[in-house]
Design a protein around this ligand. Structure first.
Ligand SMILES: [Zn+2]
Length: 208
């Protein structure tokens, strides 16, 4: 194996012969590291065994992960927008992209063509930090709100990368999954709505 690259929520594992193994974990997948001689974890879906006796196992209870092997030199088109840390992503560029969108901001943020790597939890957290309503039409946001949102996205993603978002001890969530609990800023009860089939958590007072 030569190297591993991350693009949004995808991993590209470049093998010694130049082929690329493309992994996408989706909901519950993760790599489990062990030895070839170990017994497999319960939800093992695929294994990669190395010459030194180590092994990487794709462990996924819900089996939604995908692995694709691409030939050497073949371009891999993932259809992703800029990464949050990308310098080409600015309040201006984001505002321009949002001005062409129909519908509310929250589902727009989940579109990987807009910004790569933003998932449902991060989108809710970023909107709360930026005090933007998840139901606000994407094209209606003022420049100042877009700038706050971009800062919040970078903050949330920066804290999340390398950690498991489900590990609440690593990453205390501000708003996600806190329906009926007091807002950490204003003590108003957090509400939950469903947008494009996904749960959205928000503070009806801070996020108007
Ligand atoms: Zn609040």
């Amino acid at each position: 194996m030569r190297r591993v690259e991350r693009r949004g929520k995808h991993q590209l594992i470049v093998l010694d012969d130049g082929r690329t193994l493309h992994a996408h974990f989706r909901m519950t997948g993760d790599w489990h590291l062990d030895r070839v001689a170990d017994s497999l974890p319960r939800f093992a879906r695929a294994t990669l065994a190395f010459d030194d006796g180590s092994r990487v196992v794709l462990d996924d209870p819900r089996a939604l992960s995908t692995l694709d092997l691409h030939p050497a030199g073949a371009p891999i088109e993932l259809g992703l927008g800029p990464e949050p840390a990308d310098v080409s992503l600015t309040p201006d560029s984001l505002a321009t992209a949002l001005s062409k969108r129909r519908g509310p901001i929250k589902p727009a943020l989940l579109d990987q063509r807009l910004i790569a790597g933003l998932g449902n939890i991060y989108a809710a957290e970023a909107l709360w930090h930026a005090r933007v309503s998840p139901t606000a039409p994407a094209k209606s946001l003022a420049k100042k709100q877009v700038a706050s949102l971009l800062t919040a996205i970078r903050r949330v993603i920066d804290r999340a990368t390398g950690a498991r978002y489900t590990d609440s001890s690593v990453n205390r969530l501000a708003v996600y999954d806190r329906e009926g609990k007091p807002c950490r800023r204003c003590r108003t009860w957090i509400e939950r709505i469903v947008q494009a089939g996904r749960s959205t958590y928000f503070c009806p007072r801070c996020q108007k």
